[in-house]
Design a protein around this ligand. Structure first.
Ligand code: ATP
Ligand code: MG
Length: 507
């Protein structure tokens, strides 16, 4: 079995026990529930561990106490910076960084995590640069409650309504705030008294500046950084790559194979569409242990409650991207897996804007997308966590992302090719047909968009009202699966469809 993080989620109060913290908390994450007991630090709650031999969730030196979910990817450099010794666990390493650097530690760590650091005079609540492990916060005069799932803190939420610096309100839940990407929120306390308002410490931001390297150097740098990111996530591990046969996931599969030897690859298709031929060509070229999963498109749409419970969003467009992955993760064998995806490459490379020719426009949409990803929860580990698996995304590795965002747009669109620099970086490692394959979105390749549209039309929704009906379905699912924490398997998609079709003036 691969090594998975010790902790993948938690809900915890700090200061005063939170009577509103539901017992048991309605986590969607699958895993062992481990009590968090931190008497001297004054905190308590529940952590989720993916394994059967769960480690104690807290790490403490008697002064600072660290609660850490997720994993770090620059362990060796961090260890060298703090004392040069063996790195220990990720939580121990973060503790050592906090001892040396204080809250600035969060500017040094590169990872996929949510963390709470409790000290005698300060509590810090933080996520990684991309906010890739969503983290939610409720404040009161007596203390704070923090959780990696909004639904766990949704019931009876009260507390301060103004969003503290470094947070954003959670739609539909009074008094619940989401920690922003690349932000640590610090609250000071003296003699047990909390000092509001909290302070936001910005730990990362996407670059606005662009660099103009020699094209060959840019290609080499992309290959190097992506190789390092895949290594940090896969080295020595039996990993699974979710593979479409597009350039993004094929590159990850190629680099993971080089890092660890044969990897497992899995492709999803439906009776409305698949990319099986393209994925098979890559799997054959790399010699992966490849599986194809095919399901009726209606079954894919019936998974929407799971996608909403996992992503905790009500945006139907983003849900179309995430739904096939959630359905795929839920159909993998139950033994926990370490999964690598090619998700997110298109944001810094402008891949979604396939036909955008003028470089000014291309760079403009990249800047706009890098400004607006926060809160979409596209990278959340809960997407696979609802099935007990751990997933991670090499293109949103901090070093890879910094490089890709900052390249001048003429390296992203070049010689009529989208994602040129990535395709060139993979030359010689993938079949020529894969290097040249035009982008196809996951919602398009799986036939999901067309199948969902057809389902609504068949239910009597007029063509012009389909986008609104999708929004209404997503909102209704969010109300059930997040605001009311209804278990996804208790929500019937047919009921949601019928309700929306009726309200939407079905013909
Ligand atoms: P391209 O952007 O060139 O199409 P891609 O297909 O790898 O490359 P996306 O379409 O953006 O990337 O899809 C995002 C990620 O979701 C993929 O990199 C892959 O990890 C996963 N994915 C997409 N479609 C499938 C599929 N049909 N089966 C398995 N995984 C998929
Ligand atoms: Mg694709």
């Amino acid at each position: 079995m691969p090594t998975l993080p010790d902790t993948i989620g938690f809900s915890v109060w700090i200061g005063t026990p939170d009577p509103l913290l539901a017992d048991p908390p309605p986590f969607a994450a699958l895993g062992q529930r481990v009590p968090i007991v931190g008497g001297t630090a004054g905190l308590g709650g529940i952590a989720i561990s993916p394994g059967t031999d769960a480690a104690a969730p807290l790490t403490s030196d008697g002064e600072l106490t660290v609660l850490f979910a997720g994993e770090l990817y620059n362990r060796d450099r961090l260890a060298a910076a703090v004392d040069g010794g063996a790195p220990g666990t990720d939580a121990q390493l973060l503790l050592a960084c906090c001892q040396r650097y204080g809250v600035s530690a969060f500017r040094l760590v590169s990872g996929r995590f949510a963390a709470v650091v409790v000290g005698p005079r300060r509590v810090v609540v933080a996520t990684d640069h991309a906010g890739s492990v969503p983290l939610y916060l409720r404040l009161s005069e007596a203390g704070m409650t923090v959780a990696t799932e909004a639904k766990v803190l949704a019931a009876g939420a009260t507390g301060r309504l103004d969003s503290p610096p470094g947070t954003a309100p959670v739609p539909g839940i009074r008094g619940l705030h989401r920690i922003r990407a690349g932000t640590a929120v610090a609250v000071d306390r003296t003699s047990g008294r909390w000092h509001w308002p909290a302070r936001a410490v910005r730990t990362w931001a996407p670059a606005y500046g662009r660099s103009i390297p020699d094209p060959d150097d840019a290609v080499a740098a992309v290959a190097d950084r992506l190789t390092a990111a895949v290594h940090a996530r896969a080295s020595g591990e039996p990993v699974t790559v979710v593979l479409s046969g597009g350039i993004d996931s094929s590159a990850v599969a190629a680099l993971a194979t080089a890092a660890t030897g044969p990897v497992a690859t899995v492709s999803l298709g439906t009776d409305a569409g698949d990319e099986f031929d393209a994925a098979r060509a890559v799997a054959r070229h790399l010699g992966t242990d490849h599986t194809e999963l095919k399901l009726p498109a209606a079954d894919l749409i019936a998974e929407l409650p799971w996608a909403v419970a996992a992503a905790e969003i009500d945006d139907p467009e983003v849900l179309e991207y995430l739904l096939p992955l959630v359905a795929l993760y839920r159909r993998l064998p139950a033994t926990p897996r370490r999964i690598l995806t090619g998700y997110g490459a298109d944001i810094p490379l402008g891949g979604m804007h396939r036909t955008t020719e003028p470089l000014e426009l291309l760079d403009g949409v990249i800047a706009a997308d890098m400004d607006s990803f926060d809160g979409l929860n596209e990278l959340s580990p809960l997407l696979s966590g609802v099935a007990g698996h751990w997933s991670t995304h090499p293109y949103w590795d901090r070093d890879v992302l910094d490089l890709l965002v900052s390249l001048e747009p003429g390296l992203k669109r070049r010689h009529g090719r989208d994602k040129w620099v990535l395709r060139e970086a993979m030359r010689g490692r993938l079949p020529q047909q894969t290097l040249c394959r035009p982008k196809l979105g996951i919602h398009e390749g799986s036939g999901l968009t067309s199948a969902w549209n057809r389902m609504l039309r068949d239910a009597g929704v007029p063509a012009g009202a389909v986008p609104d009906a999708k929004r209404a379905m997503a909102r209704s699912l969010y109300a059930s699966a997040v605001l009311c924490a209804v278990r996804p398997d208790e929500i019937r998609i047919d009921d949601v469809l019928a309700e929306v079709a009726e309200e939407g003036g079905a013909q």
